[in-house]
Design a protein around this ligand. Structure first.
Ligand code: DHB
Length: 315
């Protein structure tokens, strides 16, 4: 039996469905080069703004682990440190043998229009994930949680950006919100993929020994990732795969092993991103996840991802 992990995605063949979540190991060019050389199937940049940003004061990322050293989750409030959209646009011109996604998170509508207007004219920029869900900028709400603002944003950006577009969503928690959000996304034909989902916004992790928060920005509040978020991520992947059947879903949330990748795909994901676990384990995680996914497929007798993609059974 031979296993093929390839996926056809917007006219491209992506050899493995597994790659980094935006924010992890993807700010600098050397980090992006390392992703390009790893066994990840694609790579995505840090979310970019018009101007270079240093981000929030450190410490701004903290890993929660249990007594055995197993990762439970992470909290982050990085504050969009990035090299600016022009830098990642320049990076897109470099030769590479796997697809590059550029994550865009302008500080306001005007910034998104400026960035996407320029990207629209550049044939080297092929895959854009517009981030509607950054929880870590003081005073800025997550666009994805205000349906009126989100629709306005999508109306404006799709007037300017004519290529296939993806959007990174915050996690939703209510059936009516899934449906209302999906109805908005389905109005836009050029929205070709939805990435489900960003971190659980504004959690608080504390250390009882020191009686203190563990990250500095926003008095310790930050986005929660890792296994805490997996059931929520799977719910968002599955809900939107059913409600937006013409769009690809990219799964993101709580992926630590091959079984987690399998579950995201079973819920309907075309591709699967890894955040917190990549941060902890480093780039070799892509080899491990690939082997573990192949092992599960072998045991189950699946040869391709489409043998089980979206085929979640109900009781
Ligand atoms: C940051 C965090 C996010 O979850 C996101 O979507 C974008 C940026 C950050 O703090 O840098």
């Amino acid at each position: 039996m031979s296993i093929n992990l390839g996926t056809r995605f917007l006219g491209k063949l992506i050899k493995s469905p597994i790659y980094n979540a935006s924010g992890v190991h993807c700010v600098t060019f050397p980090q992006l080069d390392e992703l390009a050389m790893s066994s990840a199937g694609a790579l995505i940049t840090k979310s970019c703004t018009v101007n270079y940003r240093d981000g929030n004061p450190k410490p701004r990322y903290y890993d929660m682990v249990n007594e055995e050293g197993k990762q439970l989750g992470s909290i982050n409030s990085s504050g969009l440190p990035n090299l600016s959209y022009k830098a990642y646009q320049e990076y897109a011109h470099k030769k590479r043998d796997k697809p590059l996604f550029i994550s865009v998170s302008g500080m306001n509508l005007g910034e998104n229009l400026q960035i996407l207007g320029e990207f629209n004219e550049d044939p080297y920029v092929e895959l854009v994930e517009l981030n509607l869900s950054c929880p870590n900028i003081v005073g800025k709400p997550q666009t994805g949680y205000c349906f009126e603002d989100m629709e306005k944003m999508l109306n404006e950006v799709t007037k300017i950006y004519k290529k296939p577009l993806g959007i990174k969503l915050p996690p939703y928690f209510d059936m009516v919100h899934f449906k209302t959000a999906a109805e908005i996304f389905n109005k836009f034909q050029t929205i070709r993929f939805l990435t489900c989902c960003n971190s659980l916004g504004n959690g608080l992790v504390i250390d009882s020994e020191s009686e203190s928060v563990v990250i500095k920005p926003k008095n310790g509040f930050g986005g929660i990732g890792g296994i805490y978020i997996k059931p929520t991520a799977l719910a968002n992947v599955h809900a939107f795969s059913k409600l937006c059947p013409d769009k690809h879903i990219i799964g993101c949330g709580g992926v630590q092993n091959g079984k987690d990748v399998f579950e995201h795909i079973l819920c309907g994901a075309s591709l699967v991103q890894v955040g917190s676990a990549l941060y902890r384990e480093g780039l070799s995680i892509f080899d491990r996840l690939t082997e573990e996914l192949e092992e599960i497929m072998t045991i189950k007798g699946y040869e391709t991802l489409s043998d089980f993609r979206g085929k979640l059974k109900y009781l």
